[in-house]
Ligand binder design. Sequence first.
Ligand SMILES: Cc1cc2nc3c(=O)[nH]c(=O)nc-3n(C[C@H](O)[C@H](O)[C@H](O)COP(=O)(O)O)c2cc1C
Length: 297
Amino acid sequence: MTTFSTPLSRKLGLKYPLVCAPMFLISNKEMIVACAEAGILGSMPSLNCRTSEQFEQDLQWIRSKTDKPFGINVTIGLTDPKRLARDVELCFEYKVPVLLTSYGNPTQLVEQAHAHDTTVFHDVIHLKHAKKAESAGVDGIIAVSQGAGGHAGTVNPYVLIPYLKKHLSVPVISAGCISGGAQVAASLALGAQLAYIGTRFIASTECGAQDRYKEMVVEANHHDIVYTNKISGIHANFLKDTIPDNTTPDRSPEAAKRWRDIWSAGQGVSLIDEVKPISQIVEDIAREYHDAVAALR
Ligand SMILES: Cc1cc2nc3c(=O)[nH]c(=O)nc-3n(C[C@H](O)[C@H](O)[C@H](O)COP(=O)(O)O)c2cc1C
C-alpha cells in the first residue's frame, strides 16, 4: 500500500503515521514487533511486565527481532518510583526511541530522555496539562478525546484536536475512537500528526487479551460502552457487560487488579468487525485512508 506521512511520522521513520497505543495488561512484545514490521509505532506499558528483569528480557527480545522504532509507556503517578526509575533506565540502555508518558508530571523524565536522544509524547485530556507538559519540553501531546478506550476525556475530537493545535507549538497526536482509515484522515485533517489507536488493536491476533475479550470488542457497539470512575477512581471507558452490578469506587493501589476482569474498550468498537493480524489491520487502515481522501476530491 502506498505510504502516507506527516512531518512527525517521517521524523520517527514510520511508513504510516499510526501508533498502536499502549494498553495495560494486554499489549505485548509480539504486538510491538508486528507493528514495527507493518511500518507503524508499536508500544506497551513497561508495567505489563511483572518485574523490571522481565521488562529487560522483553526489550532484549524486541531488539533481537527489529531495529525499527517503538515506544514504551510509563505511567508516572501509578508506578512505584523505584520501578519507574529502573524501567526508564532500561529504556535508555536499550535505546527505546519513544517514551509515552501518562498520569503524572513528565518534567524530570523529559530532561533525562532528551539527554539520551529519546522522544517523549505525553498523554492529556485538557489544555491545562498539555501546556504544563509543553513547558516541560515534551516532543508531542497525545490528545485523548471522548469515547477513547482506557482513561478517556470528555471533549469531542472535532474540538480537542484543533483547540490543542491552536494553543500549542508541539505536534498533536489524536487518540480516541480511531478504528479505520476514515478516522485517520479526519484526525490529520483536524491537525493531528499521528493517529494513536488502542481499541482496534485489541481485536488483533497478536494482542494478549483473552479470546472472549476480543470477541466482545468485535460484537459490541458504542451502546455497550460505559464511562465511569467506579473501577479505578479515574474516569475510563469499559465494556458494560464486564462490570459487576455491585461495583463501588476503588482508589486503592489494588484497583489496578480490577482491569483483569473488567475490560476496557472505547466507542470505536462499533466499527470493528473482525480479529485480524496487525499487518492486515494496518493495510486495511492505509487502504481506507486513501479511499477516504480520494472520495473528497
Ligand atoms: C484496555 C486498555 C488499556 C489501556 N491502558 C493504558 C495504559 O496503561 N497507559 C496509557 O497511557 N494508556 C492506556 N490506554 C489508552 C490507550 O493508550 C489509548 O489512549 C486509547 O486506547 C485510544 O483510544 P481508542 O481505544 O479509542 O483507540 C488503554 C486503553 C485500553 C483500551
